[in-house]
Design a binder for this molecule. Structure first.
Ligand code: NAD
Ligand code: MG
Length: 394
């Protein structure tokens, strides 16, 4: 029996992970669940999965939740609170694998703690890797942790890598990655109309059902920018070896182009339970609950080059990784602040890349050698981005 700790259990990835866990009660036990605020869903999950530990990061919600658990039939669950408790449950001796599915920079410290503790890390939290690339990969290699990508594209690439491949290795025979993108909801909208996009329109993704932040990232294509950086780190490749390909049907989840001219693609229905089940069963496979792909329903697959004028966030991501050092951290922090402001109707959709570009221009490149340097750049970029938003609203 393998014990899994799910960081971000109440999110879209967390819910899909618990769905897969429930299909394999003989193989997996959800031993620890964490959430920020959604204690109603967390309570339902506890009734079904009966974990040993629960972390509710928000202290007020944790108190309410703790009372509710005490008076229930699952009163033996230990309820913890605070961000430090995330690291505690992610590194428990009894934990075999950690699903890192907190959204944004908030997931960095617990994901890194799991890496240092040598766990099997199922990494959905791309922002953590973008922020701390070298530091994260070094922690993985020093502890002997196993890093399995959950992002559907990176999971697809991992599946197309040579036998015995481990994250962080450079597969010399692979010359290029074709990173697919759906193009999001605004792929065909006239560029001039994008200024009026509302949060509800931006989170309505055509193919994938995801959390609000990543849905906006998909609409601006910053998601693909973060994923391009994520791919450079996970597969030890340079940015010019990663070609973004718009593939609106989302059936191919990415491809690897080999030196002999072979291109390997991984396909499937767009459902995150596929990469989740792959990583949980790895190196075997098991049922994910996803319907078999009906290739006759697919009928055709299209491929286009992305337009960087329509999607300036993608251009900014290439700029950040090419500059290197703390720039990807700055890009990510500015994006988190800008997206949050957009979702709260404080700025327009088209302000998002403006805020990020102005924020990046305020920073000198310096090496991201230590975690302290990364966290400082993250904090500083958040302050600057908020100032830029205030200026925009004057
Ligand atoms: P979501 O918004 O649905 O869920 C986020 C989870 O993180 C929730 O459980 C929430 O309680 C928790 N959380 C939020 N803020 C927190 C904080 N400050 N401290 C602790 N916990 C906090 O997000 P999601 O769509 O499930 O995405 C999670 C991660 O997976 C993101 O990094 C995203 O980029 C990545 N990802 C998601 C998908 C997808 O299909 N949803 C696909 C690929 C990658
Ligand atoms: Mg993805």
């Amino acid at each position: 029996m393998k014990n899994i700790c799910i960081l971000g259990a109440t999110g879209s990835i967390g819910v899909s992970t618990l769905d897969v866990v429930a299909r394999h009660p003989d193989l997996y036990k959800a031993i620890a669940l964490t959430a920020n605020k959604n204690i109603d869903l967390l309570y339902e999950q506890c009734l079904i999965h009966h974990p040993e530990y629960v972390v509710v990061v928000d202290e007020n919600n944790a108190r309410t939740f703790s009372e509710k658990i005490k008076n229930s039939i699952i009163s033996d669950i230990q309820v913890l609170s605070g961000a430090e408790s995330l690291e505690f449950v992610a590194t428990l001796d009894s934990v075999h694998s950690v699903m890192a599915a907190i959204v944004g920079a908030a997931g960095l410290l617990p994901s890194l703690a799991a890496a240092k503790a040598g766990k099997i890390i199922l990494l959905a939290n791309k922002e953590a890797l973008v922020m701390s690339g070298d530091i994260f990969m070094q922690a993985v290699s020093e502890s002997g942790a196993q890093l399995l990508p959950i992002d559907s594209e990176h999971n697809a690439i991992f599946q197309c890598m040579p036998a015995g491949y481990k994250s962080g290795m450079n597969a010399k025979q692979a010359r290029r990655i074709l990173l697919t993108a759906s193009g999001g909801p605004f792929r065909e909208m006239p560029v001039g109309d994008m200024v009026n996009v509302t949060p509800d329109q931006a989170v309505a993704h055509p193919n994938w059902d995801m959390g609000r932040k990543i849905s906006v990232d998909s609409a601006t294509m910053m998601n693909k920018g973060l994923e391009m950086i994520e791919a450079c780190i996970l597969f030890a490749m340079t940015p010019d070896q990663i070609q973004v390909v718009i593939h609106p049907q989302s059936i191919i989840h990415s491809m690897v182009d080999y030196v002999d001219g072979t291109v390997l693609a991984q396909m499937g229905n767009p459902d995150m339970r596929v990469p989740i089940a792959y990583s949980m069963a790895w190196p075997e496979r098991f049922d994910s609950g996803v319907e078999p792909l009906n290739i006759f329903d697919v009928r055709r697959m299209d491929f286009e080059e992305p337009n960087l004028e329509r999607f300036p966030c993608l251009r900014l991501a290439y700029e950040a990784i090419n500059k290197g050092g703390i720039m990807p951290t700055v890009l990510n922090a500015a994006n988190e602040i800008a997206v949050d402001a957009f979702l709260n109707e404080k700025v327009r959709f088209t302000d998002i890349p403006v805020i990020i570009e102005r924020c990046m221009s305020k920073f000198e490149v310096k090496p991201a050698k230590t975690l302290a340097i990364v966290l400082e750049a993250d904090e500083h970029a958040r302050v600057i981005s908020k100032q830029i938003i205030a200026e925009l609203n004057q």
